[in-house]
Design a protein around this ligand. Structure first.
Ligand SMILES: [Zn+2]
Length: 412
């Protein structure tokens, strides 16, 4: 006769079949193997580790490795992922970033704390730090010249439509004013060698600027992130009154399609190859001398195959001056861009990143600069022309493969 414990283990495995239980309650990863027996949810191995940080609320055990009592299984059966999420995710604001298993540890940890520990999605007043339309505080900002992080005061104000920061604590004039309309924020723990490191990108004179920040407190950092998302959401709702949530939400913040080092040459292809850091941000390919540079040395727009953009492995036969052996050629209507990767894997990954955007048809708003007659995209066009644009709408003003104001070509 099977022991009670075996029976309980089997019942738990059967509970995985119930709708909602087949994916981690917190990050959505498939086939969770851990259970919080105080919350009654199935979670993945990675999230189970984060639940251990809130041991006063959540106690986790392995479905397969730990002994289970009948009453524990009974309780888990009575709750389950769908019911728990209906309670703990009652009022997640539309703009709030819901992390997946692909996201950095900080985002996932703070999501779990916000959900179960602070119960931010059960009590609307607890969302004030990111939903009030105004936020100010001190963040460590990386200095442009020496790379040292210095304490700077930041203010995000939806009313003024900007994020700004001040060099001196009593300064009246901000050091930089970043329009919410072109703002992006992404967590970059590896690039900054800091688990709370964040990159903020904005456009100035239609070229990309970067700043790098962090705060020791993980909640502070994620609150800033969601405050920026909230501000962008409210801005976009006004800018595109007819747009649905599902159209706007992907535009609040975005991760880069790919980043990494490649070698590049200039427009004549005889300039010699130099190692540079590349960032593929939607259709905008930028390069930097250093991954933490304040601005790109050059930017190029990658269109779609319908507009004669192609990516090919290898370099033209007569190419010289590269050290890395794995070439890539991007053919655009104007010229060819040549790159060299250090490894075959890098080459494959970059080609697939370029292919992703080349295979994607251009969105109507990406042609905005090309259109001059009235159409259903009129609002997008007028916004693009009045400098209140989304980053990729701004790009569409000149959809030729040249964007940098300083460089007529992606040059060395
Ligand atoms: Zn998970």
């Amino acid at each position: 006769m099977a022991s009670d414990q075996e029976q309980n283990g089997k019942r738990l495995i059967q509970l995985l079949e119930k709708p909602g239980n087949g994916n981690c309650a917190d990050c959505g990863a498939a086939d969770p193997e851990w259970v919080s027996y105080t919350l009654g949810v199935f979670v993945c191995h990675s999230c189970s580790g984060l639940h251990r940080n809130i041991a006063q609320i959540s106690k986790v055990k392995s479905i397969l490795l730990d002994p289970w009592s009948s009453s524990q299984v009974e309780f888990v059966d009575s709750v389950g992922n769908d019911a728990a999420n209906a309670k703990y995710e009652q009022i997640v604001p539309a703009f709030f970033y819901r992390p997946t298993y692909k996201d950095c540890l900080l985002l996932r940890e703070q999501w779990i704390r916000a959900k179960y520990e602070r119960k931010e999605f059960m009590y609307v007043e607890r969302q004030e730090p990111y939903s009030a339309g105004y936020r100010e505080g001190f963040l460590w900002k990386r200095g442009r010249d020496n790379g040292q992080f210095l304490s700077r005061k930041f203010i995000l104000t939806e009313r003024e439509g900007v994020l700004k920061y001040f060099n001196k604590h009593d300064a009246r004039e901000p050091k930089a004013i970043m329009k919410i309309s072109t703002l992006n924020a992404s967590f970059q723990p590896e690039k900054l060698c800091n688990p709370h490191g964040m990159q903020i990108t904005y456009l100035k004179d239609n070229s990309t600027r970067n700043i790098f920040i962090y705060h020791e407190d993980g909640k502070e950092m994620v609150d800033w992130f969601n405050a920026i998302r909230a501000a962008r959401f409210h801005y976009l709702q006004v800018a595109f009154p007819g747009a649905s949530h599902s159209e706007l939400l992907p535009k609040l913040t975005r991760s880069y399609i790919k980043e990494g080092f490649m070698e590049k040459t200039g427009p004549k292809h005889t300039e010699g190859f130099k190692k540079r850091w590349f960032t593929m941000d939607d259709r905008r390919l930028m390069y930097f001398k250093d991954p933490l540079d304040a601005y790109a040395r050059g930017e190029v727009f990658i269109g779609s195959k319908e507009n004669s953009y192609t990516v090919l492995p290898g370099l033209p036969g007569n190419t010289q001056g590269y050290r890395w052996q794995f070439g890539i050629t991007i053919v655009t209507p104007d010229r060819k861009f040549l790159f060299a990767c250090e490894t075959e894997k890098d080459q494959k990954d970059w080609i697939s990143a370029f292919q992703t955007v080349i295979d994607r048809p251009m969105l109507p708003q990406e042609y905005a600069g090309k259109l001059n007659t009235k159409s259903s995209f009129n609002s997008l066009i007028s916004i693009a022309e009045s400098d209140l644009s989304l980053p990729f709408v701004a790009l569409s003003l000149q959809w030729r493969p040249i964007l940098s104001t300083n460089h007529n070509r992606l040059s060395v």
